[in-house]
Design a protein around this ligand. Structure first.
Ligand code: PMV
Length: 332
């Protein structure tokens, strides 16, 4: 099995020049998957079973700055210094191990998320993308976006899609080393699309997506059907992009998200990220849709709901869900 360190050495240490600056900084946007990534063919390298497709939230994301320093890593999350044994600090340090020249090389990382951390709002995607971009800035690697996408994917799978705004396609790839598993931006623009974030809970999810995926993929579940469904949804959503058909995009996205949650529910033990508020929100949405509202939902590995709709529907959606945070992912 090829290790993450081997890939990093291949991409960086053997090729790129070493001339660190005092500090590297970067911003990366949150991405919301319309066709979800759920299930890995390789856990160490975060290689997915299927392709996936996302949309960047442009103004919401993670800003990270990083410096070299001697000794143990110092990690700040949202202006708060984390204890060394905090899970976020531990995971960040383990990832940073891949980039140390000497065992005693430490990093000071300051990271700020615009969305709650670990609550199924894709903060780890923007987090690892921002970290890789900040490292690239610090070390002056001058890697291209494909190489950065591969490095971000090793931190958190969906992070490979957070290097771009707009629509992004993550190609699952087939190689064992994962060098063909990275994201690329898509040309389609949807200036009238709006995404609404409904934060129903800020709590960190009880089961990480890493564990959740393993629980769903291994053992008896509906997972085999998921792969076929993703292929169909990818074809259908591409046709909807071509036609700028936001209602079609919403419909396919909702179907895809609920099918992903259905595979989780069909695992043993079952995995359910929904809270009662999640179901109540979906039922409110479905009733409103019966009454003519063109609005669709998508959900990740957490209880929060994201809505997809046309700009002209924003007023009605806001009336239904007054706490909604509406984002315009494409500039008009
Ligand atoms: O990249 P991870 O391990 O945070 O997994 C993300 C999984 C989903 O958010 C549920 C789906 C996706 O494609 O973003």
């Amino acid at each position: 099995m090829i290790s993450a360190q081997t890939i990093v050495n291949q991409l960086i240490h053997q090729n790129a020049p070493y001339s660190p600056k005092t500090e590297g900084t970067a911003f990366a946007p949150v991405n919301i998957a319309l066709i979800k990534y759920w299930g890995k063919r390789n856990n160490a390298l975060n290689l997915p079973v299927t392709d996936s497709l996302s949309i960047g939230l442009r103004t919401l994301g993670t800003t990270t700055s990083i410096r070299l320093h001697q000794g143990q890593d110092i990690i700040y999350l949202n202006n708060e210094r984390l204890p060394f044994d905090h899970p976020f600090a531990q995971r960040t340090s383990r990832y940073l191990d891949l980039f140390r020249r000497q065992p005693n090389d430490g990093f000071m990382v300051m990271t700020k998320n615009d969305v709650p951390t670990g609550a199924g709002l894709a903060s780890s995607a923007s987090g690892y993308a921002a970290l890789v971009l900040a490292l690239n800035d610090l070390f002056q690697w001058q890697l291209d976006k494909t190489q950065l996408s591969i490095l971000a994917r090793i931190g958190s799978g969906s992070a490979c899609r957070s290097l771009w705004d707009g629509l992004v396609h993550w190609h699952a790839g087939q190689q064992d080393d994962g060098l063909d598993s990275y994201a690329t931006p898509l040309v389609y623009q949807l200036p009238t699309l709006r995404i609404g974030l409904l934060t129903l809970s800020n709590k960190t999810k009880p089961v990480s997506s890493r564990i959740g995926m393993q629980q769903t993929v291994h053992g008896l579940s509906l997972y085999p059907a998921w792969k076929t469904m993703v292929d169909t949804h990818l074809t259908q959503i591409t046709q909807a992009f071509e036609k700028q058909d936001i209602n079609g995009i919403g419909k396919i996205s909702e179907h895809n998200a609920l099918a992903m949650h259905a595979t989780m529910l069909s695992a043993s033990p079952a995995l359910c990220y929904f809270l009662p508020e999640t179901l109540a929100t979906l039922q409110t949405l479905w009733s409103a849709r019966e009454a003519g509202l063109n609005c669709w939902a998508t959900l990740d590995a957490g209880p929060n709901v994201k809505l997809l709709f046309e700009a002209e529907t924003a007023h009605d959606v806001k009336k239904l869900f007054p706490d909604i945070n509406i984002i315009q992912p494409f500039v008009s």
